[in-house]
Design a protein around this ligand. Structure first.
Ligand SMILES: [Zn+2]
Length: 470
């Protein structure tokens, strides 16, 4: 079956027809690196990572680009506060981004361009827009895009120029010819990092970076441009205007936007101060619960974030994880099952849900149904069916959505706990062999380390001897 996605540009579900057969070229707007990412930032990263995995599963070659905005007012402010170069702030939070991405099991895109590596290309693009008559240089060396020169402005967001004018704030900026115009190049202010250009020493505006990096890496026209819904206007509208003015060709064929995360009635955002960091969320609720929260609602709908909602997701995720753990304990070395009609049917249902505008709630509902069936099959001692379902959940569906991939131990033990458990296994071996001398030596060695053990009919229990510990 064909894949359908909702194209923001038309507001309709459209069949995905790629420019080049079998290849999807996709650009996702990435984070501005001046802080740790929060759950709101994680939504596009998680959704479009899963969408890309799905496209690959359906046999497409996906070329994905996700940028890092590494120059911006917020980064400069942060650097001034720290008393360091802006680059140090950006480098720090790019490293931290990767830690968070890894904790969520996100794969790297094919390219992660940084704005400051593309300044030369951006200057070239701005120069071309000026010579084509779409942009002008202001008195102070700023360069602005003339919105009215681009006839199709407003096409993506569905906004009309007249409405924008009446809605435009009375700006103090007298450099612009029209309040609707936006900056392509910003002349340097004292103390700011800057690059040379024919118009002034300065730095790129935000929108132009995505236009230039996407077109350099994916071509003038590519398949999908994605990002959060809050970027539709003005960011994506401006990207589209600049890019199409520049090349005279269509920019992205499809636009996909995820809904916002709402906390306490507002969009989760650093400026409002209602953020919940990804690292806190993963630590408190676990990776699968955070991903379940982000994927169990359709990507286009807004989702409410609260501690209670996350705890509900954790409870739901634990049901599946417990079931998978039960299987893994029962069958530590399971084989790949032989395909049959049942597996094919389940897989078709899963894939059909995702083909219909990436309906992850429907796909995840199937995982929950199968998890219940897995428990039942294990209760009945139906090894073959258990194996089939386990394989479907962890290796097929888990791979596609990056959730419930198995191998999660509940209440993750610390390293020292794991070592103690391993030592106790060795002692158990000696006891079985009736080598009580060795078993007692291990017991004494553990005692010296502050661990007392007790052999019970249910196995050996251990506890830390607090007196020795202190
Ligand atoms: Zn962007």
């Amino acid at each position: 079956m064909a894949i359908f996605i909702t194209n923001t540009a038309t507001g309709k579900k459209e069949e995905l027809k790629t420019l080049e057969p079998g290849v999807v070229k996709m650009y996702v707007c990435g984070p501005t690196v001046y802080n740790y990412i929060h759950v709101g930032n994680a939504r596009p990263a998680v959704v479009f990572d899963a969408f890309r995995r799905f496209l690959e599963y359906r046999g497409y070659k996906v070329i994905m680009v996700q940028n890092f905005t590494d120059i911006d007012d917020k980064i400069i402010n942060e650097a001034n506060e720290w008393g360091v170069d802006f680059k140090d702030v950006a480098d720090t939070f790019i490293v931290e981004y990767w830690k968070d991405a890894q904790s969520l099991g996100l794969r790297a895109a094919n390219f992660h361009p940084r704005t400051t590596d593309y300044v030369k290309e951006i200057v070239d693009a701005v120069g071309k827009l000026i010579s084509k008559g779409y942009a002008y240089v202001a008195e102070n060396g700023d360069v602005y895009f003339s919105v009215r020169k681009f006839e199709k402005y407003g096409e993506l967001s569905g906004k009309k120029i007249e409405d924008l004018i009446s809605g435009a704030r009375v700006e103090v900026n007298t450099l612009k010819k029209d309040p609707l115009d936006f900056a392509l190049w910003k002349a340097v202010k004292p103390g700011e990092p800057n690059w040379e250009s024919p118009w002034s020493c300065g730095r790129p505006g935000w929108h132009i970076e995505c236009s230039v990096m996407s077109q350099k890496l994916l071509g003038d026209t590519f398949d999908i441009h994605a990002g959060g819904e809050d970027l539709i206007f003005p960011h994506h509208e401006d990207e589209k205007a600049q890019s199409e003015a520049l090349t005279g060709k269509p920019f992205a064929k499809y636009w996909m936007h995820n809904g916002m995360i709402i906390t306490r009635g507002d969009k989760m955002s650093k400026s409002i101060g209602n953020v919940f960091l990804v690292r806190e969320a993963v630590k408190r609720y676990g990776k699968d619960a955070v991903k379940l929260f982000l994927l169990s609602k359709h990507y286009r709908t807004p989702i409410e974030f609260s501690d209670e909602i996350l705890l509900e997701n954790k409870k739901a995720a634990m049901k599946v994880i417990n079931t998978l753990n039960r299987f893994e304990e029962k069958y530590p070395y399971s084989l790949v099952p032989k395909r049959d009609q049942f597996m094919n049917d389940m897989e078709s249902r899963f894939i059909e849900a995702l083909e219909d505008d990436f309906n992850t709630p429907k796909a995840i509902a199937l995982i929950f149904d199968l998890s219940r069936d897995l428990n039942k099959a294990m209760d009945e001692g139906n090894d073959e069916k258990s194996l089939k379902i386990y394989h479907l959940i962890t290796r097929v569906f888990g791979n596609v959505l990056g959730i419930f991939e198995g191998g999660v131990k509940i209440g993750e033990a610390s390293d020292s706990e794991k070592i103690i458990e391993e030592i106790l296994k060795v002692r158990q071996y000696f006891r079985k062999e009736k080598n009580y001398l060795a078993a007692d030596q291990i017991r004494d060695a553990l005692k010296n380390a502050g661990i007392s053990i007790k052999d019970t009919p249910e196995g050996t229990k251990w506890e830390r001897n607090m007196e020795v510990d202190q």
